[in-house]
Design a protein around this ligand. Structure first.
Ligand SMILES: Nc1nc2c(ncn2[C@@H]2O[C@H](COP(=O)(O)OP(=O)(O)O)[C@@H](O)[C@H]2O)c(=O)[nH]1
Ligand SMILES: [Mg+2]
Length: 328
């Protein structure tokens, strides 16, 4: 065979050689993936990639919330009131938010599901930025738990006073008697900054079906007061198990992943609150270390709450300005 014939054969064979190489590389890659899977390393690589992505999102949300400022000049902090049955996770949510900003677990708000161990005090908590120790532009109000029975738990007649900002930090609730304007610590002329700007109804996601009709009626009673004051309302469903699985690690579309959940649809119907204002969260309970996946969800939920409050605040501030100027 002459050299020109050899050259044309080799030209003709070139694409097949390349195909063979591609085929070989693919086979080797498949073998490596199979070995990794069999040795359990593949799971680890997926886990590491999940944590890396969660950490990135957590840090972005942290940066955004650290510089958050309410839209309205009249206030420097958005005040979120948590309302819900005893044991639903109100205090744990406050501790969880504090923990994420401090970079370590904080157990400041008293946590406990035993009725007798529950404090009857109204508490207002600011949240500090672990980087510089400064207070962030939001705070939480932790109240006594709601109970279906009258004379047990937070008295509904206390609610308008709490919403208007008349109840001071550390006020001791009396389930039988609401605070009165002649109480020595009653805040008689609260300004917009003392008011509640967002109410979050907190419910254990696993006990939605067990909520009695009396409890739902109590919620409706409370909602009536909240609506009368023109305050933003959201729902926080706590104790979600394995948040990353439910959200399918879709950090960019967490709102979409949430609103499609059956519990959210159920609560939306029950409390007549749109699905986009109902959030799921997994609080820190018995953990010893922070988890970037949990942090991301906690921060995401907090950001959504602040956005809802901010939108409504413009209306409230207008009302306040009108009051000051005598409605001119
Ligand atoms: N697993 C789990 N436990 C939680 C969660 N939130 C709260 N808890 C636990 O539920 C119990 C009641 O929580 P707590 O914050 O005191 O509820 P509160 O009465 O509404 O303030 C405590 O034992 C918490 O550790 C959560 O998201 N997941
Ligand atoms: Mg509590």
């Amino acid at each position: 065979m002459d050299s020109s014939a050899l050259a044309s054969i080799s030209r003709l064979a070139a694409p097949f050689k390349r195909l063979t190489w591609v085929y070989l590389v693919r086979q080797v890659r498949k073998c490596i993936m199979l070995c990794l899977f069999l040795t359990g390393i593949e799971d680890d690589t997926t886990y590491v990639s999940k944590i890396t992505r969660a950490t990135k999102h957590r840090n972005q949300l942290l940066a955004e919330l650290r510089t958050f400022k309410p839209n309205v000049d009249l206030i420097s902090e958005i005040c979120i009131l948590l309302l819900g049955p005893v044991g639903s996770g109100k205090s744990s949510f406050i501790n969880s938010v504090k923990s994420v900003f401090q970079g370590r677990l904080i157990r400041q708000a008293i946590v406990g599901s035993d009725y007798t161990s529950i404090t009857e005090q109204y508490r207002i908590y600011s949240v500090k930025d672990g980087n510089n120790g400064k207070s962030l532009a939001f705070r939480f109000c932790d109240s006594m738990g709601l109970h279906e029975k009258e004379g047990v738990g937070l008295c509904v007649d206390d609610i308008p006073h709490i919403l208007k900002g008349c109840v001071p930090d550390r006020y001791e609730f009396n389930p039988h008697k609401p605070i009165r304007p002649d109480h020595p610590t009653f805040i008689a002329s609260p300004s917009l900054k003392d008011r509640i700007h967002c109410v979050a109804y907190v419910l254990d996601i696993n006990s939605i079906d067990d909520l009695s009709s009396k409890m739902v009626a109590k919620f409706k009673q409370v909602q009536k007061e909240v609506l009368k004051c023109g305050i933003a309302q959201v729902v926080l469903l706590t104790k979600m198990n394995n948040c990353s699985k439910t959200l399918q690690d879709n950090f960019l579309n967490m709102d979409k992943s949430m609103t499609s959940q059956s519990q959210i649809i159920e609560v939306s119907k029950m409390l007549d609150i749109p699905t986009y204002n109902i959030f799921m969260v997994e609080n820190y309970a018995s953990e010893l270390e922070l988890d970037p996946l949990k942090d991301t969800l906690i921060l995401f939920v907090l950001r959504q709450m602040l956005r809802v409050a901010d939108d409504i605040l413009e209306d409230l501030s207008l009302e306040e300005t009108e009051k000051k100027t005598g409605g001119d």
